[in-house]
Design a protein around this ligand. Sequence first.
Ligand code: PGA
Length: 264
Amino acid sequence: MSEVRTRAPVFAGNWKMHKGPRDAVNFFARFTEAYAAREDRTVIFFPPAVSIEAAARALRQRTDVRLGVQNIHWEPTGAFTGETGGPMAFQAGAHYALAGHSERRHGMGEDDATVARKTRAALDAGISPVVCVGETLDERRAGQLERVLSRQLGTVLDALAGDPRLARVLLAYEPVWAIGTGVVATPDDAAAAHGFLRALLREKLGVHAGGLPILYGGSVKPDNAADLLNAKDVDGLLVGGASLDPDGFANIASVDTVRAPGDL
Ligand code: PGA
């Protein structure tokens, strides 16, 4: 049986530094009208940390729509001014956490070891980490795509080697050159990188590799979502800018896969 059959598609919206608590409530008032619950997929939003609790209240009738936090510290609590600990994000309503988003790797100086620590911290807090990996344009042009992905993913997998909680991890392939630029990877680009990541997972995790979804992110819009989602080895979409519009994201989250629901 193909591994793909065990993974239902995941549609995630990363709001980045947009939408305070009131805006989040307004967004969900519209989104929940535009998007009807479906059992064949998972929908997750990553609001700013200050808006998670309001979002959770707005979604209390819609347990099909899940919430995550965009970033956590590697320690659960402590003297870390301005940071958010995993347990407090969980308390606010986050069941997922992004780790290693490129805006944190490249804008905030997070290295692979830090990403691995944050991945573990999420698991410790009962939160599923979404580990983001991806190459810059210079790295791609220099033929270093596979080297960069191996290093980024390998650091996390090695740090958690033998940990059964790895089954709760999700991956996102987000080529840095495609994030927020309007330049989208082609479905073939996505399939190549996802295939490489899937092979790496298989090599490191063996039989357990099949269950980990790999999301594609980078300039996903309503008009390219179907082609990207249906590219080989793509199990979901991580959407930035286009997740800020409730109707647009409802369209994206409603995209059908060519895989029959019974196969998911
Ligand atoms: P984008 O962002 O869709 O605006 O390119 C994707 C992301 O950063 O997760």
